[in-house]
Design a protein around this ligand. Structure first.
Ligand SMILES: [Zn+2]
Ligand SMILES: [Zn+2]
Ligand SMILES: [Zn+2]
Length: 438
């Protein structure tokens, strides 16, 4: 496939990527394996460290007792990138370094292995922003600690990290501190089909993509392979954009998150027009404020997987205060979503379906373009409808999900295939019912 994108200087934003030809909505723009990647510590026991598949039982590396694999094949394939890491992990046990330190170490091993100049990337690590100059002192201190951790972690394999980096790496990557800064600013979160975060990875060319709160491209993963797809028709030489953050939030909150994490002020059309802010805050403020103020506590319960308490709080608030707040209100939508999560975890299917259906009008409003988050939400609701034998509703919901996912995930993605199968099941069951009722 001819390259469909090229780097250019985007006015006011520095480097960027633009299309080289007309791109239709739903088309694959770019696909890449990471230069380095690693499973999040949080899921280190649940996900294969090679293919990033979630499994009930995984084989454990007998040496570091940290890495886990689907089977001997995955383990064997992982060995060349795990070998040196394995020694470092063993040395530090029972401690395990943070995700960004493990990713930086994997990056260093990968860079030391590849010969210089062999990269086909549009953008090299050397050019990556570290933002060290614009960083607060506190943030820089945090990074310094990570850099010392990195040196300590790599000790068994690379006793003199600074020396080794100076002789083998390009000039702007020789300082452990600037390397770790680059890694934290440029790494991508790798998520699974249900959009749960499972790891982090570096995809150098795609670090050129600039942000827009209503982007024309989205990223979806298949294992660690990143796929960039257009969600709107794109003209030749038009800038390609993604959203760095969750777009379902208020302009003010998106802006402060972008400034804090990515060090820039967003001037996109959505931000300039404060698009949808009014709708997100619909209803009486005195009423929805009660929902807003309860959210941090509920998020804590969710983080602790305290589903019983979470469902109790959500359903209490939603049935008392929530009745007077429109479903589109952002805080009510977030709370309804948490109630959905909690009911699914507790196996309260009828209740889950009620909450799930209640979120859909909001999702439709807030995702005018095809978006993986919207597709996955429809699929969750469709599965509940299907399980509860509301076959006609389920088929309709799955169809809506398919219209989105054939564009965001493509026809060949396992999740799209899974969805088509679910639609077939619904049709077969509906046929069976109509024939048995005659
Ligand atoms: Zn595997
Ligand atoms: Zn190991
Ligand atoms: Zn914006």
């Amino acid at each position: 496939m001819a390259p469909r994108m090229e780097r250019f200087v985007s006015p006011g934003k520095g480097n960027g990527l633009r299309s080289t030809a007309r791109i239709k909505r739903g088309e694959l723009v770019y696909s890449a394996e990471p230069l380095a990647s690693c499973v999040s510590n949080r899921l280190a026991r649940d996900v294969c460290h090679r293919c990033f598949t979630r499994r009930e039982t995984l084989l454990r590396c007998s040496q570091c007792k940290t890495a886990r694999y689907c089977n001997a094949t995955c383990q064997k394939q992982a060995w060349s990138s795990h070998k040196r890491e394995c020694k470092c992990l063993q040395n530090l046990l029972p401690r395990i370094p943070t995700d960004s330190v493990r990713l930086a170490a994997r990056l260093i091993f990968a860079l030391l292995k590849t010969s210089k100049g062999s990269s086909e990337e549009l953008y090299t690590l050397e050019e990556h922003e570290s933002h060290l100059n614009s960083m607060s002192e506190q943030k820089e201190q945090g990074l310094s600690q990570l850099a010392s951790m990195l040196e300590m972690y790599l000790q068994p394999e690379i006793p003199d990290l600074a020396q080794e980096m100076t002789s083998a790496l390009p000039s702007s990557c020789q300082e452990p501190l600037s390397l770790i800064a680059k890694v934290t600013c440029n790494c991508f979160t790798i998520s699974d089909a249900e959009l749960q975060e499972i790891g982090v990875g570096l995809y150098p060319s795609l670090s050129l993509l600039n942000h827009d709160c209503r982007p024309n491209c989205v990223m979806v993963f298949e294992g660690t392979k990143l796929q960039l797809r257009a969600v709107r028709d794109i003209n030749p030489e038009e800038e390609l954009t993604i959203s760095y953050i969750e777009t379902l939030s208020l302009t003010e909150d998106r802006q402060s998150q972008l400034e804090d994490q990515y060090h820039f002020t967003c001037h996109c059309q959505r931000c300039d027009s404060q698009d949808k802010d009014g709708l997100m805050l619909s209803g009486e403020e005195a009423t929805w404020r009660l929902l807003k103020e309860a959210l941090p506590r509920l998020e804590g319960q969710k983080a602790d997987s305290d589903w019983q308490a979470l469902l109790q709080s959500c359903s209490h608030l939603l049935s008392t205060v929530g009745g007077d707040v429109p479903d589109e209100n952002l805080y009510k939508l977030r709370m309804t979503d948490m109630a959905l999560d909690a009911s699914i975890h507790l196996g309260h299917w009828e209740e889950a379906l009620r909450y799930g259906e209640q979120t859909l009008p909001g999702y439709r409003q807030y995702f005018p373009d095809p978006h993986p988050v919207h597709g996955v939400q429809l699929m969750r609701v469709g599965k509940l409808q299907h399980y509860l034998e509301h076959d006609e509703d389920a088929l309709d919901t799955f169809k809506q999900a398919f219209h989105i996912m054939k564009l965001t995930h493509g026809d060949d993605h396992p999740l799209t295939t899974d969805l088509l199968m679910k639609m077939e099941e619904c049709r077969a069951e509906m046929d069976q019912q109509s024939s048995s009722s005659h």
